[in-house]
Design a protein around this ligand. Sequence first.
Ligand SMILES: C[S@@+](CC[C@H](N)C(=O)[O-])C[C@H]1O[C@@H](n2cnc3c(N)ncnc32)[C@H](O)[C@@H]1O
Length: 336
Amino acid sequence: MDWQTWHDEYDLPDSLLARRLRVVQERIRLALDACPAGPLKLISLCSGQGRDVLDVLVDHPRRDDVRARLIELDPRNTAIAQSAVTSAGLDQVEVVTADAALTDHYQGMVPADIVLACGIFGNITEADIERTVDFCSRLCTTGATVIWTRHRAAPDRVPLICTWFEERGFDRQWLSDPEAGFGVGVHRFTGRPQPLAPGERMFTFIGYDVLKGAVHNEGVPATEVAKRAGHSVEVLHRVYAKCMEGQQERMNGKISNALFPHPQRALARPALPGRTRLRPAHAMLALPPAHYRQPQQNRGPRQSCACSHPFRTWLSDVKFAEITSVSGSGSLRGER
Ligand SMILES: C[S@@+](CC[C@H](N)C(=O)[O-])C[C@H]1O[C@@H](n2cnc3c(N)ncnc32)[C@H](O)[C@@H]1O
């Protein structure tokens, strides 16, 4: 998934994503209206281009009370967010290019009054959704509002996510209509905030397209799927390096099984790292990380770290010409 172009759908006013954005913005506005007087802290996890919060802050009466930190991994998105921050003169808004899953990045900003977890829960495993909800009680001050999203595709996990919040001292304030086509939830924290220790990982961002893919059903560890799904080498190195070496061969077998689910399998192998060729049925697992796929002129700063990493070496072994007939993820719908 290219997480910059993912935002383009916001520019189509009738699209599901644009409608979801308007709902999220309205909920942010209402949450700000309801905050007690005085300074406020807002954090946004995986903030993308920050369109939800920045468009609201720009003319909200509380704008100068709000100290905000937007954490987003893709530097192209943070550049866009930073430019919006600068032109709106939102001096108390920090845009940070970093892994939002790591608790280190929230130091000084927690417990917060408003927590945005939009566009995450459809991109991580269910275990990680529950884990992240659990972390929300360390991100939130008493009375804080969490605004979160999740698509409504089957199995609809919105009710379960509500339960997870409500088991942890959050009251449901608002939930979008099940027929809306997307899920937006608003929960208010009624408990006492627990300390947020640095050095912890809340989730591993995988991507809805990969989660929906065949490999997911083959039981390949999420770290390995994410590793092959489109983050930069820098991120692979830093975030997904925990995959144990001994698992490599076993996972290669599982991935091959997912990619070649019939007798052609034997012909297709060997196919994965350490072997020589690849004819994938699932383009996301074979294409290089998203940033390698950008036309040269569109590449962000990440390209500079792309050349010498071992993953890059593996990528160069893949015969990309073989994947041109693959339909890819075009039929997948964006995470809501
Ligand atoms: C579905 S988009 C949502 C963006 C924004 N929250 C919104 O709702 O408009 C997910 C975003 O998460 C970013 N992302 C992916 N992995 C991340 C990570 N580990 N840390 C921070 N951001 C991440 C992607 O680059 C992408 O911009």
